[in-house]
Each structure stands twice: as structure tokens, then as C-alpha cells.
Design a binder for this molecule. Structure first.
Ligand SMILES: C[S@@+](CC[C@H](N)C(=O)[O-])C[C@H]1O[C@@H](n2cnc3c(N)ncnc32)[C@H](O)[C@@H]1O
Length: 313
């Protein structure tokens, strides 16, 4: 089968399954199957797929027609300019989450130079920092500022922040072992092993008082009454524990993280959440009650309220 024939065949199958962009998705699947950039397909329409590639493509087309997310098939997703490894067991990073990175980078960039650019000594050079120890993140190492990504999933937020804030170190927590395995693979692929520590655990539990400079989190924020309106790609395949808030207490993840952050953050440290447009006003109302005065709401590229942040007094 040639590339041209494969595009036509897979495209027709995905169209019959009701997907909105069958041709684009067919090209993405074929490019991933061949290990090519998509542009190369256009330049080489007569290239032939091997029998093994055809078999794999058939399998992917069948799974995509059953609405398995494209990113779970190709095992790749882009986030803030980084190509990440993704897979079942962790949420696929979303473009709107990039706003959380923007808020962090904007805030970190406004810090005094002594915090932004701590003196480089043995132990806090970006390439030589030994992994921080949990509960003792600053212990004996350096004055590098530290961020925590609570519920790190594939590590997307922490890895993007650390890539663009080279003097920072980070800790990513998640209760899902499968998600942490993906975060570890991404950390390795991006060469950030020495600057990001990954720990299986419950949000911020176990952190020392005043040990960290920023807490970022994109906790689950889908309300139970929103579930049925979501696409099958999400409800059938992405982990429910990464998406759904507790039905009896939707604010629980935020409250637990904010309470942990009140304890773990230094004075003047940042707490920033991604959330839904429905929960954002409630969260902004609650943050002062939890010890974070004057919260701000940021809107994403669609104009929806998406990030709520505040600094610790
Ligand atoms: C919406 S996903 C966000 C993943 C990633 N930060 C991102 O933005 O792509 C929420 C994450 O929180 C994790 N999580 C849920 N409850 C948790 C808890 N109690 N402690 C730690 N992590 C938790 C889930 O496993 C999931 O990876």
C-alpha cells in the first residue's frame, strides 16, 4: 500500500466513524506509523508501507474509529513546545493548561534577581543539582527556588516550567503510579532528571513548612453533571481520577492543596490552579478563606476563566 492509498483508506474509515477531521488524523496516524514528519507524506505520496506498517495502521485506524484518542495511539502530545510521551493512565496535556505555565513564568520573572538568578555554586548549577529529597527540598543543596506541581500527570506543567526557568528545581507529585511512569520517561527524554523529583503521594502531603516557592496544580475539575456532555475520547479512555471532582465536595482537591500550600510555601510564594470556568469564581471566593488574599483570575485563549492564582501573605 502506498502513502496516498493509506491516507485515502484510513481517512474514509475515520470519516465513516464520524470524526470531524478525518484526513488530518489519517495523515497524523500514517506519519507516526512511519516515524515521519507529516510534511514528508505530501512529498512522498508513492512511498510504500511495509506489511508490518500496514498491519499497525489497520489496528490504529480501528482503535481511532472506536474513539480512542489520537495521542494514546501515537503516544505523543505537544505541550508548551515540548514533545511529551503520553499513554493511557494519564491525562493528555491540554493547550489551555499552558496558561498555568504562563502565569508561573510571568510571576517568576517578576521576582527580584537574587531569587531569579541565585549564585551558581557547586550544587545549584542547573546541570549539577542532585535530586532534592522530599521533606528537605532545600536541605544542604542550594538556594535554587523550588516549584511543586501537585497532580503532575505526564509531568507537563513542571517540565515546561523548568525548561523555561533554568534556575528552578521542582517536585511533581501524583497518586497514580502509571502517570508517574510517564512523567519519569518525559523527565529523562528532556534531560531534567537532576532538576525534577517525582514522588507518588497525596497532593502536598509531607512537605516541610516554608520549603517551596511556588505550588502549581491542575487538579480534576469536571463536575458530575458535565460528564455526559464530554466527548467519548475523554469519558471512555482518559482516567476518571484525573478528571472528576468528588461529587459530595467539588472543592475538596482545591481546599486540600491550598491548605498544604499555606503550610509548604514561603511567604510571598505563588499558588496557582487551573480550573473550569464554573469553578473559577468559587475558587477565587474561597482562597482568602484558606489564607490566600486577593486572588486573580486569568482567562485562556478562548476567553474562559481558567487560572486562579494568589500569593501567600
Ligand atoms: C487533571 S490531571 C492533570 C495532569 C497534569 N498536571 C496536566 O496538567 O496535564 C489531575 C492529576 O491529579 C492526579 N491526582 C488526583 N488526585 C490526586 C491526589 N489526591 N494526590 C495526588 N495526585 C492526584 C491525577 O492522577 C492526575 O494525574
Amino acid at each position: 500500500m502506498t502513502v496516498r492509498e493509506a491516507i485515502a483508506r484510513v481517512g474514509a474509515r475515520l470519516q465513516a466513524a464520524g470524526l470531524s477531521e478525518p484526513l488530518r488524523e489519517a495523515q497524523a496516524l500514517i506519519a507516526a506509523c512511519l516515524g515521519w514528519e507529516r510534511a514528508r507524506l505530501i512529498a512522498h505520496p508513492d512511498a510504500r508501507l511495509s506489511a508490518r506498517q500496514v498491519q499497525r495502521l489497520e489496528c490504529w485506524a480501528r482503535r481511532r474509529a472506536a474513539r480512542e484518542p489520537l495521542a494514546y495511539l501515537t503516544r505523543r502530545a505537544w505541550f508548551y513546545g515540548l514533545e511529551l510521551i503520553v499513554g493511557r493512565g494519564a491525562l493528555i496535556p491540554r493547550p489551555e493548561t499552558e496558561l498555568l505555565v504562563e502565569v508561573f513564568l510571568g510571576w517568576a520573572g517578576s521576582l527580584p534577581p537574587s531569587v531569579r538568578f541565585p549564585p551558581l555554586r557547586e550544587g545549584n548549577r542547573p546541570d549539577s543539582v542532585p535530586p532534592a529529597r522530599r521533606g528537605n527540598l532545600k536541605g544542604g543543596v542550594s538556594c535554587s527556588p523550588i516549584l511543586v506541581d501537585a497532580g503532575t500527570g505526564t509531568g507537563a506543567v513542571a517540565l515546561a516550567c523548568l525548561t523555561h526557568a533554568p534556575h528552578w528545581r521542582g517536585l511533581g507529585t501524583d497518586r497514580s503510579r502509571r502517570a508517574l511512569r510517564l512523567a519519569q520517561a518525559n523527565r529523562r527524554a528532556l534531560g531534567l532528571q537532576s532538576r525534577l523529583m517525582l514522588v507518588q503521594g497525596d497532593w502536598l502531603r509531607g512537605l516541610r513548612t516554608g520549603a517551596v516557592d511556588a505550588v502549581l496544580s491542575n487538579p480534576p475539575y469536571v463536575l458530575p453533571d458535565e460528564w455526559d456532555a464530554l466527548q467519548p475520547e475523554i469519558t471512555r479512555y482518559e482516567p476518571k481520577g484525573a478528571l472528576l471532582v468528588p461529587a459530595d465536595d467539588p472543592m475538596r482537591p482545591y481546599r486540600r492543596i491550598a491548605q498544604g500550600a499555606r503550610w509548604a510555601l514561603r511567604s510571598g510564594g505563588l499558588l496557582a490552579f487551573e480550573t473550569s470556568p464554573r469553578l473559577a469564581p468559587l475558587l477565587a471566593e474561597q482562597l482568602p478563606v484558606w489564607g490566600f488574599a486577593q486572588p486573580r483570575i486569568e482567562r485562556d485563549y478562548t476567553g474562559a476563566m481558567r487560572v486562579v492564582w494568589a500569593v501567600r501573605g
